[in-house]
Design a protein around this ligand. Structure first.
Ligand SMILES: Cc1cc2nc3c(=O)[nH]c(=O)nc-3n(C[C@H](O)[C@H](O)[C@H](O)COP(=O)(O)OP(=O)(O)OC[C@H]3O[C@@H](n4cnc5c(N)ncnc54)[C@H](O)[C@@H]3O)c2cc1C
Length: 397
């Protein structure tokens, strides 16, 4: 593990930082923390910002130049992500496309698929969502039942997906579908790219406990999909999905650390300006101990992110050990948000935007939202199973 950045990397940091600071839209509220960018009032601003970043060469920087990327290193990408968080820039959109489907197409797709899909994905001209989970097939994903039958050159898809983040905004969905119903369950699954405007697709909203509408249910009735939209072999989708899951669980390295570090700094500021019955909250010994514990946990995340970044820089793909990272950051994040909300005392329970809610009810809202990462990308119980079996080599019980 190497903690230092080279001179060239530091100058890339300066260049990126200067561009970001000069271009953040003046109307952007840097204190805004979004549960789902797709459900935000500022959505148009965020999408325009994403496109400006792409046009300046700051989206998908590790992807090859011929597909709209910049051919830069993972270290440079981590530096860029760090600066985006540090400067308080708006978030980007299309994370599921760029973070998950893009790498799958890069690794397993045909040349025609790369040319067709990658650039519009990076520029957010086409927005993507992920169609994996189904009612009854979440943790046991390989039991999924949405089926795709070959008819001539096309696939005919029938079934249902659930918890589809940003499904109501998406132009495309990357879906796991059962292509061979009689094969063993991990085989006979395909990875199919489906146009959300196809005849036979219905999207219904799901509203989560924070009040945001980030999810949808997606229903497929005899949806016709061109045969050329299958990524990899029609029965080889499980392998493609695993490339994607490795990225989803662990590949974001330093940017996640920077996000939590920013949150931690906000929590310290909150403790300093909040007064309880016996004075400033930051002088309370119990609160101080919890803040110290949080500081240690955030620093551990920085070190383990650097270890992961070193592995990526050495050309290793994220494997089952990314489950350790996912388990750690999600639990740490939930503890940090619980701490923040506790510091605000009973007022933290007030509804969002109540005039008496500290910071416009942000902390209560974020504590609710912090439960999501414990579940998405495979629940933490499932991550513990993966770590036990695939990292530690323990036997299945
Ligand atoms: C914020 C958020 C965003 C999401 N976005 C998407 C998306 O865009 N696309 C998509 O396809 N899905 C998405 N999901 C769905 C997510 O992937 C599933 O919720 C998750 O995989 C769990 O599946 P489930 O909800 O069916 O729970 P279940 O699988 O029914 O699990 C219920 C409980 O049983 C436990 N459990 C199950 N099996 C085991 C086992 N073998 N050992 C130990 N414990 C077990 C689980 O840990 C959990 O506590 C999202 C979820 C969240 C919270």
């Amino acid at each position: 593990m190497d903690f230092r950045f080279s001179e060239a990397e530091e100058s890339y940091r300066e260049e990126a930082r200067a561009w970001i600071l000069a271009n953040i839209p003046p109307s952007w509220n840097r204190d805004e923390h979004l549960d789902f960018a797709e459900d935000s009032d500022s959505y148009d601003l965020i999408r325009d910002w994403h496109r400006a970043l792409f046009d300046a060469g700051y989206v998908g920087v590790t992807w090859p130049k011929e597909y709209g990327g910049q051919g830069r290193s993972h270290v440079e990408n981590a530096i860029l992500q760090e600066e985006l968080v540090r400067t308080g820039a708006p978030p980007t959109v299309n994370g599921l496309g760029i973070g998950l489907c893009g790498p799958a197409i890069l690794h397993h797709g045909t040349e025609a698929q790369r040319r067709r899909f990658l650039r519009p994905m990076l520029r957010a001209d086409e927005l993507w969502c992920q169609g994996y989970s189904e009612p009854g097939s979440g943790s046991d994903l390989a039991s999924l039942r949405t089926r795709a039958e070959r008819r001539g050159d096309a696939w005919i898809v029938t079934g249902q997906k659930i918890w589809t983040s940003a499904g109501h905004r998406a132009d495309w969905i990357f879906c796991l579908v059962r292509t061979e119903p009689n094969a063993p369950k991990h085989q006979g699954i395909g990875f199919l790219l489906i146009d959300m405007r196809s005849k036979g697709i219905e999207v219904r909203p799901l509203v989560q406990m924070t009040g945001a509408h980030g999810f949808s249910e997606v229903f497929f009735t005899e949806v016709e999909v061109p045969g050329e939209n299958m990524v990899g072999e029609p029965a080889g989708g499980w392998e493609v999905a695993n490339t994607v899951l490795g990225h989803e669980r662990g590949a974001s390295t330093l940017s996640r650390y920077s996000m939590y570090k920013r949150d931690f700094d906000s929590v310290v500021a909150l403790a300093r300006r909040t007064r309880g019955a016996s004075g400033r909250v930051s002088d309370n010994p119990v609160a101080r101990q919890r803040i110290a514990q949080a500081a240690i946990e955030v620093e551990i995340l920085r070190l383990s992110s650097l270890r992961q970044l070193t592995a990526l820089a050495q050309g290793r793909q994220p494997g089952p050990e990314s489950s350790i990272q996912k388990l750690y950051y999600s639990e740490m994040g939930a503890r940090l948000m619980a701490l923040a909300n506790d510091l605000t005392g009973v007022f933290g329970q007030l509804a969002r935007r109540s005039p008496w809610a500290p910071d416009a009810g942000r902390w209560g809202q974020r504590e609710l939202a912090s439960r999501g990462p414990l579940i998405f990308a495979g629940t933490n119980e499932i991550q513990r199973n993966i770590i036990a079996q695939k990292v530690l080599g323990l036997p299945r019980s």
